[in-house]
Design a protein around this ligand. Structure first.
Ligand code: FES
Ligand SMILES: [Fe+2]
Length: 452
């Protein structure tokens, strides 16, 4: 079912031009990289010189900055960037640093401002970054401030509701750099979704150990055995240009590793309920639940006049299209909402990273339309989009409850990080089920100038 020379395909009859079709595989070779990329300061410094400033980084989502003056800040390593909506409704980004003495000018994660006022000595900046006022300006020699020091601008662009920044200003245009098929992100209409939960936790691992573990479902039966009743762990892995990739994870189906493929379990019944069905009315086999749920969602969308569903394949209605944006993002994409994970490097420690999770939901006001269980939202979460929740932050030692699956990943990442340093470990041996991981490192090596 999944051989190194015959990868798994979810829907072999998908037309070649469909987004679901298996994408031609590049030959990424069989190199085994040295594990020092996961723990040395040298490699971390190299990434700071040659990776983070050179790529487009996902800085936020447009629904967080709907009105002029609305801003959000984005932390990556030691940098902080402000993204702010302009009066003409365009977006601009600036380094969050005062040109006077370097203080942060925005101290909140997000907010709304008519001007940014530095808390240290009160210099003020317009939302377009221009200097508005220097406190006691007559005490500065005019030559020192003649250039009217404002906020340093960072290149900023958006696609389909996602905001990206590029620090060195030299990356190709955003749409050329995104290696995914045309329209792939846009059809989810993330700009119509709202953040309903945002959690940032610090993990004991290099940011790439995080990316590696979320880029494959090979580990599911071992680390997350509870998922076998509702999802297949053979995924379809597709590799796109510029280090981008995708895996299609079939959901509403039992893993092929389970012998009984007939009995409809409570887990599968729950999936039917979520799609607005009454499971008691279903008398078929477990094997047909996925198609049945797809049909139920399709019918519900027609009833509720949810036009965007028409653009999705049947598979997209049930499965997770986990999509990797090089270098440090994966988005679990579903018609009802998306789960954005960013793997953000620690400012000083190569063996720590921040796992930044935004759950976005498109609110539909109907008693038969439910927030999907995979979102794992706490009870009483406001899903209407009326309030943007504050970021929940958890340090490395407080055991944030991220839900059973992510809690298992936290432990896993810490143990893998320790192994990376062992004299006995020669470097990762990636199977074709881990082809996305190899693809990611291949592109990383290219961007860092380690490989042609
Ligand atoms: S550092 Fe910002 S006003 Fe002095
Ligand atoms: Fe996992």
């Amino acid at each position: 079912m999944f051989a190194y020379d015959k990868p798994y395909v979810v829907n072999p009859s998908a037309p070649a031009e469909s987004l679901e079709a298996k994408h031609a595989q590049p030959d990424n070779g069989l190199d085994v990289p040295s594990p020092d990329r996961y723990y040395t300061r040298e490699f971390m410094d190299l990434e700071w010189r040659s990776l983070w400033p050179r790529v487009w980084l996902l800085a936020g989502v447009t629904s967080d900055v709907p009105e002029p003056g609305d801003y959000t800040t984005f932390q990556v390593g030691h940098e902080s960037i402000i993204v702010v909506r302009q009066d003409d409704r365009s977006l601009k980004a600036f380094y969050n640093v005062c040109p006077h003495r370097g203080n942060r000018v925005a101290l909140n994660d997000m907010g709304s401002a008519s001007r940014f006022t530095c808390a240290f000595h009160g210099w003020q900046f317009a939302t377009n970054g221009k200097l508005a006022c220097i406190t006691d300006e007559e005490s500065f020699h005019p030559d020192l401030v003649r250039h009217r020091p404002g906020l340093a601008e960072v290149r900023c662009d958006t696609v389909g509701g996602l905001i990206f920044i590029n620090m060195d200003g030299k990356a190709p245009p955003l749409l050329d750099w995104i290696g995914l098929p045309k329209g792939y992100i846009e059809r989810y209409r993330i700009d119509e979704m709202n953040v309903v939960r945002h959690v940032v936790t610090e993990w004991r691992g290099n940011w790439k150990v995080g990316v590696d573990s979320f880029y494959e479902t090979y580990h599911l039966p071992h680390i997350h055995p509870q998922t076998q009743g509702v999802m297949e762990d053979f995924s379809q892995y597709d590799l796109y240009p510029n280090g981008f990739s995708r895996m299609i994870v079939p959901i509403c189906t039992k893993s092929h590793r389970i012998g009984d493929q007939e009995t409809v379990t409570p887990d599968l019944q729950y999936m039917m309920t979520e799609a607005g069905m009454n499971p008691a009315d279903y008398h078929g086999s477990a094997k047909d639940v996925r198609a049945t749920v797809q049909a139920a969602k399709r019918a519900r969308a027609a009833r509720l006049n949810l036009k965007h569903y028409e653009e999705f394949t049947d598979g997209q209605l049930t499965d997770s299209w986990a999509t990797g944006l090089f270098p440090n993002v994966q988005i679990g994409m579903h018609p009802e909402g998306v789960f954005i994970m960013r793997f953000l490097p620690h400012p000083t420690d190569p063996e720590r990273f921040f796992y930044d999770n935004m759950t976005l939901y498109r609110y539909v006001d109907d008693p038969n339309y439910f927030v999907p269980g995979w979102m794992g939202l706490p009870k009483d979460t406001d899903v209407t989009g009326a309030t943007r929740p504050a970021i929940e932050r958890h340090g490395v030692d407080d055991r944030a409850d991220l839900g059973p699956v992510l809690n298992q990943d936290v432990e896993l990442v810490a143990a893998v990080q320790q192994g990376a340093r062992s004299r006995g470990f020669r470097g990762p041996l990636w199977s074709e089920q881990e082809s996305r991981v190899r693809h990611f490192h291949r592109e990383l090596d290219r961007v860092l100038g380690l490989k042609p």
